[in-house]
Design a protein around this ligand. Structure first.
Ligand code: GLV
Length: 309
């Protein structure tokens, strides 16, 4: 059994240390170093160059290095017969819920306004907002979305959720499908996008969507940059349809230094850090999938390529 790491934008060494700490005999190779490719069983990937997985004829599993798999499924050169798995991890779930609580509270407690006031030495207390008047709407109720819903609801925010298919959840008023999207948006004051990026969800954060939100709503995008039509965000902010946005993901990462988002007074930017993989925490599930490949038992956290997650 041998593993290859294909992550040109990431340092592979922490992954090697974490995997070898659990299995010192594991044969790990790093793309694009010169190495035999025929005996590689599992590829662990992040932002791999399109088509490169075809260099490995014996792959039994392709694993994302994160929770998302859009970087894999959007590759036209992805070997079709090879199962794709993603990482599911309590730390990822906890960190995302924490980031979202922070982003929601910064907006709700009007920190953005006070920060702007501070730069002008302005003392201007605003009236507090009632949580009951500030429903948070979460698009995407997978593991991350459900955990965020629980956390926000525990803090006293009314939480609404929108997903593909019907299904009730505790502490969350759920809406589903295109038919209930407008009702969901109309009630939402803070919109969180945690959807997987698929052809159906690309550019779902557009002017039409924003116009259906409660006027002056706030946007938090922690899904993918491809969910947002960037020029529509600028228009929605200019017209007061949205009051501000907190963005962790972008169509092109890193965000170019000349991008208008950097200097927009009502956009808060973080560099794709809402929930970062802790290699030591996820290494056991990668090794477990290697063991499962060896024994021919079903893989953990298998992705359905048709659904896109
Ligand atoms: C991060 O964006 C991930 O998919 O884990």
């Amino acid at each position: 059994m041998a593993v290859t790491l294909i992550c040109p934008d990431k340092d592979p060494n922490p992954w090697i240390r974490a995997l070898n700490a659990l299995d010192p005999a594991l044969d790990i190779r790093v793309w694009p170093d010169d190495h035999p490719r025929d005996d590689i069983d599992l590829a662990l990937t992040w932002a791999h160059p399109s088509g490169v997985l075809k260099e490995y004829p014996g792959l039994g599993c392709i694993s994302s290095m994160g929770a998302g798999v859009d970087h894999l499924l959007s590759d036209p050169g992805l070997p079709e017969a090879v199962p794709v798995v993603r990482l599911v991890d309590d730390n990822l779930v906890r960190d995302m819920a924490e980031y979202l609580l922070l982003a929601v509270l910064c907006h709700f407690r009007q920190f953005d306004v006070y920060q702007a006031d501070q730069s002008e030495k302005t003392w201007h207390p605003l009236d507090p907002i009632n949580k009951q008047d500030c429903p948070v709407g979460i698009m995407g109720l997978g593991q991350l979305g459900r955990a965020a819903a629980r956390r926000l609801s525990k803090e006293g925010f009314p939480v609404l959720g929108w997903k593909n298919s019907p299904g009730a959840l505790p502490e969350t008023e759920t809406f589903h499908g295109d038919g209930q999207l407008a009702d969901f948006l109309g009630r939402t004051r803070i919109l969180i996008c945690l959807l997987p990026l698929t052809p159906a969800t690309r550019h779902i954060l557009n002017l039409e969507t924003f116009s259906k939100l409660h006027p002056g709503a706030y946007l938090i995008n922690v899904g993918r940059g491809g969910h947002l039509r960037e020029e529509d965000l600028m228009t929605a902010l200019d017209r007061g349809i949205l009051s501000g946005a907190c963005l962790d993901v972008f169509e092109t990462e890193p965000l170019g230094t000349d991008h208008p988002f950097w200097t927009h007074p009502r956009i808060r930017i973080t560099p794709h850090v809402s929930s970062q993989t802790d290699v030591f925490s996820v290494a056991p599930q990668v090794l477990e999938n290697i063991r499962r490949l060896r024994s021919g038992t079903p893989l953990l956290n298998l992705v359905d390529p048709k659904k896109g997650y």
